[in-house]
Design a protein around this ligand. Structure first.
Ligand SMILES: Cc1cc2nc3c(=O)[nH]c(=O)nc-3n(C[C@H](O)[C@H](O)[C@H](O)COP(=O)(O)O)c2cc1C
Ligand code: SF4
Length: 414
């Protein structure tokens, strides 16, 4: 919980925050937003610039978007994983962000079945259960295999190895991705987890594998860097995770010693707009998608899950408040924070930090603007066109701003 109660809520957001073994200079954290600024083998020079700009713009900690724990854990072929062979590129980035005065976190995930990567070490994508896989339709991987206990051990090993690489590369924190329909979220959700063993069925069983991964990662690196997680409050889809389930998960993670939680929502194959709100990104994604089959699938998705959805500021607040009542570990409020008033409300409600995605894509210096004027507002209009921009040669950017330097994105970070 927030420490110094004599300060105004706006001022409290600029106070330091202890997260496990590290201290953030303030309580503003950049949400992981996939940048499209890496090679299959690590960050580009553009990724370094992107995060240095955000660090200079005043955040306490910036977060690298989705990074796979192993090449099999990539959703897109262009995504990177972290390994011994590319640490030097990640190190160039962490050094540069530290030089700009901020901390830096690495979001680590495994996609499970949510993959459109044709190359993998297993014939079918692996997930909690053998299912029809809508997402895999994009690469003809329409069916998935149920993970065995040996597979689960292997993926756990991959999370531990990636966490150790993150320490070696100079990261201050790692964020285990347990939301949005990726592997750990697939285990948590009845939408994807149909198992009959001790890893399926009740909420207690479904959280078992994400908990085991967290315990192993904490044991390996938890005394050196902060280990936090990004967890769905709700999947936002019928028969998905509800708040009572996610509270049980968070309480178990807290008991394991997790250092903090970023609260999110949405299960990408079923409820992507629950995650984003605002305009559907599909019209702009269609402009950058090269494959006719994928364009067909996107159009199909646009008619069902990917529809325009009303945007509301602080759209996860109601369920986040329920989580606040249920756990004491540091909690980060995310989702539609667009103004100094929103930040003050989050602090007043007892959240420990705020997590900003699109406002920092739109204006890398949004936090500095808030420091000067606590009533400042983000200029983001929730058009979600930045979601399509990460597939362009320059990588993610706000369409209200200047184009990115695509030559910089063609150069490795080191
Ligand atoms: C371009 C873009 C890319 C994103 N990529 C990721 C990602 O890699 N990992 C993740 O957990 N969330 C991702 N998200 C979701 C954000 O982290 C965040 O949860 C969401 O945008 C809501 O926060 P906001 O209203 O502050 O933008 C992405 C969002 C955008 C706009
Ligand atoms: S493109 Fe810019 S205005 Fe549109 S949602 Fe993204 S950050 Fe906001």
């Amino acid at each position: 919980m927030s420490s110094n109660s004599s300060l105004t809520p706006s001022a409290r957001a600029f106070e330091p925050l202890q997260l496990g073994p590290i201290t953030l200079p303030n309580r503003f954290v950049k949400a992981g937003t996939y940048e499209g600024m890496n090679f299959a083998n690590g960050p580009s020079a553009a990724l370094v610039k992107h995060h240095v700009d955000i660090a200079r713009g005043g955040v306490g900690m910036t977060t690298l978007g989705y990074t796979a724990v192993h090449p099999d854990g990539r959703t897109f072929e262009e995504e990177t994983s972290i390994g011994a062979d590319n640490l030097v590129r990640f190190r160039a980035l962490t050094d540069a962000v530290h030089g700009a005065g901020a901390r830096v976190s690495l979001q680590l995930g495994h996609c499970g079945t949510m993959t459109r990567t044709p190359k993998r070490s297993t014939r079918k994508p692996l997930g909690p259960s053998k299912t029809l896989n809508l997402y895999g339709a994009m690469v003809g991987a329409l069916f998935t295999s149920e993970m065995t206990s040996a597979d689960m051990q292997t993926v756990g090993d991959q999370f531990v190895a990636a966490a150790k690489h993150a320490v070696a590369a100079g990261f201050d924190a790692i964020e285990l991705h347990m939301g949005h329909g990726y592997l750990l979220s697939q285990f948590l959700s009845p939408l994807a987890n149909k198992r009959n063993d001790q890893y399926g069925g009740s909420a207690e069983n479904r959280l078992r594998f994400p908990l085991e991964v967290t315990e192993r990662v904490l044991a390996a690196v938890g005394d050196q860097i902060a280990v936090i997680a990004k967890l769905n409050l709700r999947d936002g889809a019928r028969s998905g995770v509800e708040i009572a389930d996610s509270i049980k998960t968070a309480q178990a993670l807290q008991s394991a010693g997790l250092h903090g939680l970023v609260m999110t929502g949405g299960f990408s194959p079923y409820s992507p707009m629950y995650l984003f709100r605002g305009n559907s990104p599909v019209p702009s994604m269609l402009q950058t998608e090269k494959s006719a089959w994928n364009r067909f699938l996107l159009k199909l998705g646009a008619k069902t899950a990917f529809r325009d959805t009303p945007f509301e500021e602080m759209y996860f607040l109601k369920h986040a408040l329920q989580m606040r009542e249920a756990v004491t570990m540091p909690l980060g409020l995310l989702g539609g924070l667009r103004s100094g008033d929103n930040v003050a409300e989050a602090m007043r409600a007892g959240f420990d930090f705020v997590v900003l995605g699109r406002p920092l894509i739109a204006q890398a210096d949004f936090v500095s603007r808030l420091a000067k004027d606590p009533s400042a507002r983000s200029n983001c209009i929730n058009c979600n066109r930045c979601v399509a921009e990460f597939s362009t040669p320059g990588g993610v950017r706000c369409v209200l701003g200047e184009p990115n330097d695509s030559a910089l994105n063609a150069r490795p970070a080191a």
